[in-house]
Write a protein that binds this ligand. Structure first.
Ligand code: C2E
Ligand code: CA
Ligand code: CA
Length: 570
């Protein structure tokens, strides 16, 4: 890694020294030059010119009061009335005690008596004045984040631009920091603990930013950003951050995850740079081995791919490129496995990119209302399909559809699904609704209300990806559900790992406790099937029986079932 340790490449805040005595200017410059980039003006006119030129970049003015021509008072007066300059703190340089009071009244934040003695005192006063003024602008700008006192995101992005201007040649890293399972920590230890934790992390971030001449901010909830000149290695950043949390956790290193977009492309707007850091960071979610991830080429490609999909989606909707595939769920507890129902899974038949799986696009469209549109489409298709198969084969094959968290929170949602089943003349219980466990736990109260309404209307709701969320047994027993669908991750290795099989058995116990049937999906091998059957799983979905296929192909499976029913006189 290319580590920048040369101090000359570090970002320095600019300060302006205004004094007509060149010897005084030099002395101050010498005292402060290591830490700051010092600009000099020999009189009030020159000072105003420099101030106007560098406006936002100057962190402090050291101002001599008595100069020929435009004096210090006049400069203060002018700065006060100019909105773009009035926030810059001024320290007055004077040998006359009488002038101090007047200048403080005029808005100076401090004064330094002449002649200049103790350089360390002067440095401390300069540092403190800058810090105070930055803090007060933080407070102004971050009404949203009273908790940590860090910059809020918008202000931070502006500051990032400023830092870039300060030092156009410094290589910078954009860093995103997240607390692992923060909502759980909050749930288990209470909000006060959660808030203290956030404050401690913010404090650490502020310290790192100060030490490294960078900038930190709170993005939202438990998500923070750091913008730093390159220097620290990722491990060092990680270490420093976790050092600040030792009073909270035994092993703080595992409690945070960090995404780093190294050596940012200055052409990108700051929000895009931190999107990349976040992308890297979010990639670590659920990863219990690694805590640091660097934005890289593959992520870049993925990002470009995502962008492409977002660009193409409008056209795809209008050209009907979205299709619904069906995958059978089989009842396995009888002597023979029998098709019981199906799950509708969306596909995107892209004219150039080929068939795209929903994992690639559903998450992209969650933020912009498109998921709702696509989901409504799938529900309508599925309901119409149930009706069509009923008409053609005389039996009902219930179809389950995926319902996103945002669907459930949409005001017209219940009416929408109800009107879909009515229009197609099918029963609510035939359009099964799959809701992920994480949707339940993310906004449980509202979701529970909606699910209750649905069940009163006769809909059946299955909890999808069970085991991947964080529901407690306690919470589960109060949740309205009609079936548990085990997360595929648990099934994958049951035939190789006793531990995984034990987990499945544990979940079977939970289902029994809740008196609901269990569905296992992702079943690919006969061995898995046998183990699950033995464990008492009711329904199975997986490549072992059938892949998701277009409706026309799925009909073959229905025909098989019709044959079976005939043979068994059912
Ligand atoms: P899911 O709801 O958990 O769906 C099951 C996924 O497992 C499907 O992936 C299915 O094709 C896959 N699968 C089934 N059997 C096997 C197997 O034996 N082995 C393996 N490796 N995979 C198997 P798919 O179709 O790619 O869908 C992925 C996810 O996208 C779904 O996970 C669901 O969360 C989401 N999704 C799919 N269709 C829709 C939709 O219409 N609306 C919404 N909101 N989400 C959807
Ligand atoms: Ca599902
Ligand atoms: Ca699932």
């Amino acid at each position: 890694m290319n580590i920048v340790t040369d101090d000359s490449l570090r970002i320095k805040r600019k300060i302006l020294v205004v004094d007509d005595e060149s010897i005084d200017r030099q002395m101050l410059g010498k005292m402060l030059g290591d830490e700051y980039e010092v600009l000099y003006a020999a009189d009030g006119i020159e000072a105003m010119e420099l101030l106007k030129k560098h406006r936002d970049l100057i962190s402090l003015v050291l101002l001599d009061l008595f100069m020929p021509g435009k004096n210090g008072y006049a400069v203060m007066e002018e700065m006060k009335v100019d909105e773009s300059l009035s926030h810059i703190p001024i320290i007055v340089l004077t040998s006359e005690r009488a002038a101090e009071v007047r200048s403080l009244r005029m808005g100076a934040v401090d004064f330094i008596p002449k002649p200049y003695e103790m350089p360390e005192v002067i440095r401390a006063r300069v540092n403190r004045s800058i810090e105070l003024s930055e803090n007060s602008s933080i407070i102004k700008a971050t009404q949203n984040d009273a908790l940590t006192g860090l910059f809020n995101r918008d202000y931070f992005y502006e500051y990032v631009n400023l830092l870039d201007q300060y030092n156009p040649d410094t290589e910078m890293d954009a860093i995103a920091i997240n607390i692992n399972r923060f909502h759980l920590i909050n749930d288990m230890n209470g909000r006060d603990f959660g808030n203290d934790l956030l404050k401690a992390l913010a404090e650490t971030i502020r310290k790192i930013a100060r030490e490294q001449h960078g900038m930190g901010c709170r993005n939202d909830a438990d998500s923070f950003f750091l913008y730093l000149p390159r220097g620290l290695t990722p491990d060092e950043v990680h270490q420093k951050l976790s050092d600040g949390l030792t009073s909270f956790f035994d092993n703080p290193k595992t409690r945070i995850r960090i995404g780093i977009y190294e050596n940012v492309d200055r052409e990108l707007e700051p929000p895009r740079r931190f999107d990349r850091a976040l992308l890297a960071c979010n990639g670590l979610r659920g990863n219990f081995v690694e805590q640091i991830s660097l934005y890289d080429e593959t992520m870049h490609k993925k990002e470009a791919f995502s962008e492409r999909l977002i660009n193409d989606v409008e056209k795809a909707v209008s050209e009907k490129q979205f299709l619904v595939y069906y995958q059978g769920k089989y009842a396995i507890q009888g002597e023979q496995a029998v098709l019981s129902s199906a799950e509708a899974l969306i596909r995107w038949q892209h004219p150039e990119l080929g068939m795209i799986r929903p994992d690639h696009f559903i998450p992209l469209f969650e933020g912009n209302g498109l998921v709702q549109r696509l989901d409504h489409f799938v529900w309508r298709e599925s309901a119409a399909q149930i009706a069509a198969w009923k008409e053609k084969y005389g039996i009902v094959i219930p179809v389950s559809v995926n319902v996103s968290r945002i669907d459930l929170l949409e005001p017209g949602f219940v009416d929408e699904v109800l009107s879909i089943v009515k229009e197609n003349n099918i029963e609510p219980e035939h359009l099964l609704l799959e809701v992920t466990e994480s949707a339940y736990s993310e906004s449980s109260q509202k979701i529970v209300e909606v699910v209750n309404q649905l069940r009163e209307l006769g809909f059946k709701v299955e909890m999808d990806d069970f085991g991947s969320g964080y529901s407690s047994l306690n919470m589960l027993s109060s949740l309205p559900i009609d079936a548990l669908k085990l997360d595929m991750g648990f099934i994958r290795n049951i035939h190789h790992s006793d531990k995984d099989m034990k987990m499945v058995e544990l979940m079977m116990d939970i289902a029994e406790f809740l008196s609901v049937p269990v569905i296992a999906e992702g079943v690919e091998e006969e061995e898995q099937y046998k183990l699950l059957k033995e464990a008492g799983v009711d329904l199975i979905q997986g490549y072992y029986f059938s892949r998701p296929v277009p409706a026309s192909e799925f009909e073959m499976l229905i025909k098989e079932k019709v044959e079976y029913l005939k043979e068994h006189n059912a």
